[in-house]
Design a protein around this ligand. Structure first.
Ligand SMILES: NC(=O)c1ccc[n+]([C@@H]2O[C@H](COP(=O)([O-])OP(=O)(O)OC[C@H]3O[C@@H](n4cnc5c(N)ncnc54)[C@H](O)[C@@H]3O)[C@@H](O)[C@H]2O)c1
Length: 259
């Protein structure tokens, strides 16, 4: 019997991280679900015969301890970093500096700390794959200043670390989801907290499903992506391509043959 490859998913207790945990389990991975919300991590881990770990991505000592513990068991094959904070739309002068720092602290510094803790040990061992999660907010202009900046920096960090560790056998990639129908987003839609449904702005005319992001994550984590490192794989139902169509009245509603 061969050992299953092990994946640790930080932020695996909800949303995209949860979808990735379920899909990776189904594809033959042994999944460790880490989240600062211990109950959420426990719930997801229990549903896939996985391991739950209460872990805050901003806690450097806890990350190093977790990475050391995994290394003593042979090491993880893949790290997926899904933990993030979101922010409300706010004019710059109304956005408290403490909130800016908290968002950057989780989304950028947390991603850096997790990559460093696990990636440096993977590099020493000579194998591993890391998948970070950025966002379409990294690709265009958005009114969520800290969130968008943190995600653009995650793309840059991914490229930097891919260069750093490539010859040590470690691949580092990121996935940039468009608006994805996780329960948190569904709740926002239900309470009218978005000005419009995200489907209005995509080429495909719909929002992304969590499982569709999970597919990209699992692919990049797996040996099927063995020649791919340093990329930002956008999973957005065509939000990026459709955005430049606004000046022309938006993408076509549906195909109509020329008359
Ligand atoms: N859902 C979307 O529309 C969307 C779009 C673009 C990018 N993303 C990105 O995808 C990733 C997952 O987002 P989601 O929508 O699934 O979010 P979510 O809120 O459903 O899940 C995020 C998880 O991260 C955990 N978390 C938050 N802070 C943490 C910390 N400090 N330490 C450890 N865990 C922590 C939360 O407890 C939660 O379980 C994030 O990086 C997000 O920025 C999401």
């Amino acid at each position: 019997m061969t050992d299953k490859p092990r994946a640790l998913i930080i932020g695996g207790g909800n949303g995209i991280g949860e979808a990735a945990a379920l899909l990776m389990h189904a594809r033959g991975w042994r999944v460790i679900v880490a989240d600062r919300d211990a109950d959420a991590a426990g719930r997801v881990a229990a549903s896939i015969d996985g391991t739950a770990r209460c872990l805050d991505i901003t806690d450097e000592a806890a990350l190093n301890q977790a990475a050391e513990k995994e290394e003593s068991r042979g090491g993880i094959a893949a790290l997926v970093v899904c933990a993030a904070l979101f922010q409300d739309i706010m004019p710059p002068e109304a956005y408290p500096t403490a909130d800016w720092e908290r968002t950057i602290g989780v989304n950028l510094t947390g991603t850096w700390l997790a990559n460093r803790a696990f990636g440096s040990r993977m590099a020493r061992r000579g194998a591993g794959a890391i998948v970070n999660i950025a966002s379409i907010a990294a690709l265009g202009s958005v009114p969520v200043h800290a969130y968008g900046s943190s995600k653009a920096a995650v793309v840059a960090l991914t490229q930097n670390l891919a260069g750093e560790w490539g010859r040590s056998g470690v691949r580092v990639n990121c996935v940039s989801p468009g608006s994805t129908l996780v329960p948190r987003v569904q709740a926002r839609l239900a309470t009218g907290r978005y000005a419009a449904h995200p489907k209005e702005f995509t080429a495909l005319g719909r929002a992304v499903e969590p499982n569709e992001v999970a597919e990209a994550i699992e692919f990049l984590a797996s040996p099927r992506a063995s020649a791919i490192t340093g990329v930002n794989l956008v999973v957005d139902c065509g939000w990026e391509v459709a955005s430049t169509w606004a000046q022309y009245g938006g993408v076509r509603a549906s195909y109509a043959p020329p008359t």
